[in-house]
Design a protein around this ligand. Structure first.
Ligand code: CP3
Length: 337
């Protein structure tokens, strides 16, 4: 398969700038909402046919350069002793807290066979563009287990990390090993690249990242490497962590919108690709209003000298109020540049 997305990942893209949207399959698409009305989140993520259909929905509508499998970073936690419920406003863990975290056990990657079935179905249908797999990073997963859902300050998580470093490291070790092996298995089944989501890690400072997370992130990457496919690391809100993130050894760094692409490129060096940078709020605008913001990101990519190794993407997930027409216009426009 020739793929501008994979060419950019491999830092040798001579074609159009590839586009991928974080959370491109989901709540802003009317065709997704129809399935959401009929099937629970668990059914949508545990049924290979539904996983396939939802993954392919944005691919039919738009010329995005890669698909991202429909699943969730919390899905595997059910098989490690922390099952989330997705029925309400956001994910909820009834037994949230440090005691649940202390009891989690390593993931048996065979338990995720429904995901591998989905990957096989998606790749059988999607023959012209690559599929991206993913997991949540240990810190972000740990924060969900301790806080029970999305948090504003991550106080309980930090309290545990600072007060019980030994137990914290043990949990990180289990999480990193589990998701690292799970990524390798996704790669063996057919995804062409993977993304590690560390959505809340920017609430830590750089010293803490190095002390509490870096060794586990390196271990995660070395286990995932056994699958032989490129690794994208997404961290947020994390401009201040870039020097430490570089040491994780990912192939692509997905950055948020708080930093200039040229500044990120300076820290990260020439040997990695860069993804992201559009503020997701822009996707909630009409196309005419959104265009100057897209231009600014493209201009910055040019100034940064990363044209051959840049993937256009949002700096965090698109929103339920994202306008499907604007997403389409952004894809066409970036491709024309
Ligand atoms: O298109 C894609 O990107 C693939 C699907 C995908 C989902 N979640 C589906 C989903 C991906 C890649 C994720 C990753 C994910 N899940 C992250 C990392 C990315 C990020 O946004 O920071 C995180 C932190 C989660 C945890 C999670 N799952 C939350 C906080 C929520 C509820 C709030 C929300 O954003 O809706 C979910 C549920 C969820 N996962 C939905 C979707 C489409 C919405 C619920 C639904 O459709 O019923």
């Amino acid at each position: 398969m020739t793929s501008t997305f994979l060419d950019a990942v491999n830092r040798k893209n001579k074609n159009h700038i590839p586009v991928l949207f974080m959370r491109q399959a989901g709540r802003y698409l009317p065709e997704y909402m129809k399935l959401k009305d009929v099937h629970s989140f668990r059914t949508r993520t545990h049924t290979p046919e539904l996983m396939t259909e939802i993954t392919l929905q944005p691919m039919r509508r738009y010329k995005m350069d890669a698909a991202i499998m429909f699943s969730d970073i919390l899905t595997c936690l059910e098989y490690m002793g922390a099952a989330f419920d997705f029925t309400g406003e956001g994910p909820k863990l009834a037994t949230a807290g440090v005691s649940t975290l202390k009891e989690i056990h390593k993931l048996d990657v065979k338990d995720m066979s429904f995901v591998y079935e989905g990957i096989k179905k998606i790749t059988a249908e999607l023959t012209d563009r690559p599929l991206v797999g993913f997991v949540g990073a240990p810190f972000t997963l740990c924060s969900y287990i301790i806080e029970g859902g999305t948090s504003k300050e991550f106080l309980k998580t930090k309290n545990f990390m600072y007060s019980s470093p030994k137990d914290f490291h043990k949990a990180m070790e289990i999480l990193a090993e589990s998701v690292g092996n799970y990524l390798a298995e996704q790669m063996r089944t057919g995804v062409e690249a993977v993304q590690v989501f560390d959505s809340w890690v920017g609430f830590l400072n750089e010293d803490d990242y190095r002390t509490y997370l870096l060794p586990h992130m390196k271990n995660l990457v070395s286990l995932a490497r056994k699958g032989g496919k490129p690794i994208i690391l997404y961290s947020q809100p994390a401009s201040h962590l870039l020097p430490a993130l570089k040491e994780v050894g990912a192939d692509v760094y997905s950055i948020d919108w708080r930093m200039k692409l040229a500044d990120a490129a300076k820290v990260l060096g020439d040997n990695v690709a860069i993804q992201g940078n559009l503020d997701p709020a822009v996707t909630t605008l009409e196309w005419s209003e959104a265009r100057p913001f897209v231009d600014r990101v493209l201009e910055d990519a040019k100034k940064a000298g990363i044209r051959d190794r840049y993937i256009f993407n949002v700096g965090h997930g698109v929103n339920p109020t994202t306008k499907p027409e604007t997403v389409g216009s952004i894809v066409e426009y970036v491709h024309s540049k």
